[in-house]
Ligand binder design. Structure first.
Ligand code: ZN
Length: 343
């Protein structure tokens, strides 16, 4: 990624950082530069791919009344108020904390405001985050506004999956589809953000194209400590007699059961992804050699048995089997499966 240099926040992403997204982004930049904004954009893509970042940059660009080309100027009164979070013509809507959905009353308020003149005399940005959380009534209320656009308003709708929106909403918007990022882009974003060096590569691999996930993963020391512990206890056994030792360590940690099972499952999944070629071998570099060899040379059935063993462990836990016995069962399956690969 190129480093944005025309504002003071060189570590913060700029619009040009989205250029690696290709043609969709070129088209978007073209409309932004020309000032011929459409009245509604629908920015979609996986969680952590940069939808909110792009929406904020677009919002600032549209509001900016300074000299701008590739990036907003960062210095005009509109930019300054936007960056301060005090611009009067910017509204964000997301599900309220206590509710799962965006409800029709929230949209009605928004629609009423959209009918009034803007405070600053320029454009108004209305950003609906997690737009798929609008219930059908709310979507219908919004649809009316999208069908009768007002020149001042630019709607930015964000969603992970357009299939969850009414087709009539999607068809009223210019869809900007963000693709998962390449490992190279994510590595350079991690570097710019100063993420801990020792976790960058693995975080980039495991995040599957989500910059947001890679960033939070790389900085999450608890995650790496836990992973190291699970690696040592569950992926390093070489003989059956060690099973009891490990299950003794874990027998009083029932409160961490769900987390542990999820970690084991995710780690098995990484091995399986590497087995299928979907994850580079460097993504499993931290596993002991026998597990890496299983990933290279084992068969699909081994992975389905291992993932079944985690499923079985969950089921037994729900059926009130003692936690220590659940751990022993899981370890037995894992130790059996890895035996042929131990030298
Ligand atoms: Zn500006």
């Amino acid at each position: 990624m190129a480093v944005a240099q025309n504002n003071n926040q060189s570590a913060a992403p700029g619009l040009r950082d989205f250029a690696a997204q290709g043609a969709v982004f070129d088209g978007l930049m073209h409309t932004l530069r020309s000032g011929n904004y459409v009245h509604a954009y629908l920015i979609c893509g996986i969680s952590g791919v940069g939808k909110r970042t792009l929406a904020r940059l677009m919002a600032q660009y549209i509001l900016c009344r300074g000299v701008k080309d590739e990036e907003p100027c960062g210095q005009c009164p509109d930019c300054i108020r936007f960056l301060d979070g005090t611009h009067p013509d910017v509204t964000y809507l997301r599900p309220e904390k206590e509710r799962k959905n965006i409800v029709v009353d929230q949209i009605r308020e928004l629609v009423a405001m959209a009918g009034e003149h803007t405070y600053a005399g320029g454009r108004r940005i209305i950003c609906v985050e997690q737009a798929e959380k609008m219930n059908p009534q709310a979507q219908n209320a919004l649809l009316k506004t999208l069908e009768e656009p007002q020149a001042e308003n630019v709607f930015l709708l964000l969603c992970e999956d357009t299939a969850l929106l009414l087709p009539t909403i999607v068809s009223r918007c210019r869809v900007v589809k963000l693709h998962p990022w390449s490992e190279k882009v994510i590595m350079s974003a991690l570097e710019r953000a100063g993420a801990p060096m020792e976790h960058r590569e693995e975080a980039a691999m495991l995040s599957e194209g989500s910059i947001g996930m890679a960033m939070s993963m790389a900085a999450d020391t608890e995650f790496w400590d836990r992973r190291a512990q699970v690696m040592a206890d569950f992926f390093s056994l070489t003989a059956r007699w060690q099973i009891l030792q490990v299950s003794n360590l874990w027998k009083d940690r029932r409160d961490q059961a769900e987390e542990l099972l999820r970690d084991v499952e995710e780690m098995l999944r990484s091995l399986w992804l590497s087995h299928t070629g979907l994850l580079d071998e460097r993504g499993i570099a931290g596993f002991p050699p026998a597990w890496r060899q299983l990933a290279r040379e084992g068969d699909d059935a081994a992975f389905s048995r291992l993932l079944d063993a985690v499923f079985e462990a969950r089921r037994r836990r729900e059926n009130q089997v003692t936690w220590q016995a659940v751990v022993e069962g899981l370890l037995t399956h894992m130790t059996e499966e890895i035996q042929p690969w131990l030298k």
